[in-house]
Design a protein around this ligand. Structure first.
Ligand code: GCB
Length: 591
């Protein structure tokens, strides 16, 4: 599935704005056919936004179940005879869509796009009613998993991840048209050999007829540098300008489908020509050792929750640049495609993660809920979860495979990984990721409870990604003990002969809290904690990356270890620097 575009043969119309909206606490909307007319008793909701923090009603914020969105849109007159599609960049966590009275699609998973061909349901020039039922419930067969517990006070959503379960229509909604014979998919794989670059391309065409395929590659100035024909081939770019960290140089690949009558479809793909490889403990981009400096992030802002926002996107990239970061992880789910595009343009390197977070019921010491569940079992995370997880991996790779910024697939964050059940669960998922993309390293993010020598899943990864909180969750406030324990564990991992990226280390820090002694929660402790980690990293050659948890403070469920959310940000939730931001700028920029 390709993202809608405006080209010489395609058009798109953005449906963002204020939609009709209502909760469905009793789950009756579908049987009462709320889609079959104007949504009854509806209020208003912004799209894109999480629905949770717009109003003031706790019933909305904490709603657990279905919600309904509806809008009316006019199909442009000029779209007669075209293939018309409705495209959602995401709906968290699942959705069913009706056009008029007709159900056109359902989708599972809150962070990847889906669409429906609605050509048969609409007429050019006429308006249509578009209704979406979104369900925010997590279960043992969703990714991420969760469980709805029935309590005397009503249903309560429990889950084992540490961010608020924001939901709704978080990203753009498009109406778009393509010709009836169209470019259905496109894959590019790039290579470098001395001064030449190569672009292997493969085009999939759908619809009637057998049009020819012509491709043209243009540089950033619009100069044509290579052309090709046929559905697959290799383009060579002499004197290539590679895509590299800090240098987001992009070529434009135009694919044209050509029939006897002339061009029938045109699609553009930006292409960064670069290579990625793992060589022993080195992580190579364009053959050059790369050291990841950056953060685990979240899509999380005041009022909007997890909605994409272009202004915050640019603000965050400006701050990444200011602090000297060269990378981040899309913890803990695929981010909006605009984020990945921005990373491509800015030369920011990404570890791209699925939404498989919290596959670990032992996490948090009860922080995330009362009742105990086994992680892997027929009743909890089992075959059905694994199938949904496999699909989440496929959808992430299908969406992001052509982005030069993406250099590692992370198939899960901190799952249980020390048990035989975990080994059986994950083995096939690594195979699925490698089948979907044989060109990028695959890994998962290891949790502290499965340290070196105990983890049974790390064997499958091309890289080792570790989240560790020595000096915070263990040896709290005792940085000397933390340093010794961390060093010992890291030396063990270094013996595996794979590159190690420390994907999380961090200390909750309440801005404005100070002490002459480095005391947990103070701005001074955050700096001392980070410095201790850096001493350890700088002694271990296999460590090729340091990504602090977190870029910014973010919203979580309520809990006795969270004060207005998770405070491990180097920036506050509204993106003000804590003292650690200046310390990190010195380390990463060397200033
Ligand atoms: C982790 C998780 C992350 C949490 C973080 C914390 O290991 O991966 O989602 O927010 O710890 O602050 O506890």
């Amino acid at each position: 599935m390709l993202r809608p575009q405006d080209t010489s043969c395609r058009e798109r119309k953005c449906l963002n704005g204020i939609w009709r909206f209502r909760l469905d606490p009793d789950g009756v909307g579908q049987s009462q056919r709320w889609f079959a007319g104007r949504l009854p008793e509806a209020g208003e909701m912004a799209v894109p936004a999480s629905f949770n923090d717009i109003g003031t009603d706790p019933a909305v914020r904490n709603h657990c179940g279905q919600v309904w969105y509806q809008t009316t849109a006019r199909i442009p007159r000029g779209w007669d005879g075209e293939r018309i599609v409705v495209h959602f960049e995401s709906a968290t966590h699942r959705a069913t869509v009706w056009v008029g009275d007709v159900e056109v699609c359902t989708h599972e998973g809150g962070y990847t796009p889906f669409e429906a061909n609605v050509t048969g349901q609409v007429r050019a020039g006429e308006s249509v009613r578009l209704t979406v039922m979104v369900d925010n419930r997590l279960s043992f067969s969703s990714i991420p998993p969760g469980v709805v517990e029935q309590t005397p006070a009503g249903p309560r959503q429990r889950y084992w991840h540490d961010f608020f379960n924001y939901a709704g229509l978080h990203r753009n909604v498009w109406l778009s048209c393509t010709p009836t014979t169209y470019v259905d998919d496109l894959t590019v794989v790039t290579g470098l050999a001395d001064a030449d670059g190569t672009v292997d391309y493969r085009v999939e065409v759908a619809g009637p007829g057998e049009p020819g395929v012509a491709v043209a590659l243009r540089d950033a100035d619009g100069m044509q540098v290579a052309t090709g024909s046929g559905p697959a081939g290799t383009l060579t770019v002499p004197g290539v300008h590679p895509w590299a960290p800090g240098d987001g140089y992009l070529y434009d690949l135009e694919v044209t489908l050509v029939a006897d009558t002339g061009p029938v479809d045109s699609y553009h793909q930006s292409v960064g020509i670069r290579t990625v490889a793992v060589d022993g403990t080195r992580f190579l981009i364009n053959g050059v050792p790369f050291h990841f400096k950056g953060f685990g992030k979240h899509e999380d802002i005041e009022v909007l929750g997890k909605a994409h926002n272009d202004a915050y996107l640019l603000r965050d990239f400006a701050l990444l640049d200011w602090i000297g970061a060269n990378s981040f992880r899309t913890s803990h789910y695929p981010y909006a495609e605009d984020v990945i595009d921005c990373a491509d343009r800015h030369g920011v390197v990404l570890i791209d993660e699925t939404a498989a977070v919290g596959l670990n019921t032992g996490l948090g010491g009860g922080m995330f809920g009362g009742k105990a569940y086994p992680t892997f079992s027929a009743e909890t995370i089992g075959e059905q979860t694994q199938a949904v997880h496999a699909q989440a991996i496929r959808e992430l790779i299908a969406r992001d495979k052509n982005h030069p910024s993406v250099v590692v697939w992370s198939i899960a964050n901190e799952p249980e990984s020390h048990t035989p059940e975990a080994e059986d669960y994950f083995r096939p998922l690594f195979d699925i990721a490698r089948q979907a993309d044989p060109t990028r390293p695959v890994g998962f993010v290891n949790v502290m409870m499965a340290p070196h020598g105990k983890c049974r899943v790390s064997q499958f990864g091309d890289v080792l990604m570790l989240n560790r909180y020595y000096g915070w969750y263990v040896h709290t406030g005792d940085l000397a003990a933390a340093e010794a324990a961390w060093q010992a564990e890291l030396d063990g991992w270094a013996g595996e002969g794979k590159p190690i990226i420390v994907t999380e280390y961090g200390a909750d820090t309440y801005p404005g809290e100070h002490s002459v002694l480095a005391t947990p929660w103070t701005e001074e402790y955050q700096i001392a904690y980070l410095e201790m980690n850096h001493r350890v990293f700088d002694r271990v050659r296999a460590v090729v990356g340091e990504q602090i948890w977190n870029f910014a403070d973010f919203a979580t469920t309520s809990g006795i270890v969270r004060v207005g959310g998770n405070r491990k940000g180097v920036f506050t939730r509204d993106r003000k620097p804590k003292a650690a931001a200046f310390a990190m700028r010195r380390r990463w920029r060397g200033e």
